[in-house]
Design a binder for this molecule. Structure first.
Ligand code: THU
Length: 130
């Protein structure tokens, strides 16, 4: 996990956050060991801002990565508390990663909290509901 942590910590400088100044960095690890990064990207039209988790997942899918290939995502913020993935990201993670994929929250103190994707969105809406 240290590798993911170091990657996220290094890449957080790329967060584009002129409005909130709240930086978030996410790194996906695939089962074959590849990693894909994402950062939050804001916009003057605030609602168009994209969180780090979704940036990483959309980058992965844009490169042809499939749900089954994703082992985990680490979400890092340079604060002493853990970032709590927003509702939109929980919904997107639920659909684009397996329900047992690992979600690791990491803070600036090097502390990490691990959970399963499905635990972040109990009774979530999925394509089975359609
Ligand atoms: N943000 C993320 O990137 N991930 C989260 O899990 C929570 C919030 C971003 C969105 C926005 O750019 C900033 O943090 C403040 O809400």
């Amino acid at each position: 996990m240290n590798k993911l942590y170091e990657l996220a910590k290094e890449n957080i400088q790329n967060a584009y956050v002129p409005y909130s100044h709240f930086r978030v960095s996410a790194v996906l690890e695939l089962k074959d060991g590849r990693t894909i990064q994402g950062i939050n990207i804001e916009n003057a039209s605030y609602g168009l801002s994209n969180c780090a988790e979704r940036s990483a997942l959309f980058a992965a899918y844009s490169q042809g990565v499939k749900k089954e290939e994703i082992e985990r995502i680490l979400v890092y913020t340079d604060k002493e508390h853990f970032v709590s993935p927003c509702g939109a990201c929980r919904q997107v993670m639920r659909e684009l990663m397996e329900e047992d994929a690992e979600v690791i929250l990491a803070n600036s103190l090097g502390e990490m909290k691990s959970m399963k994707n499905k635990e972040l969105l109990p009774a979530g809406f999925t394509k089975e509901d359609l």
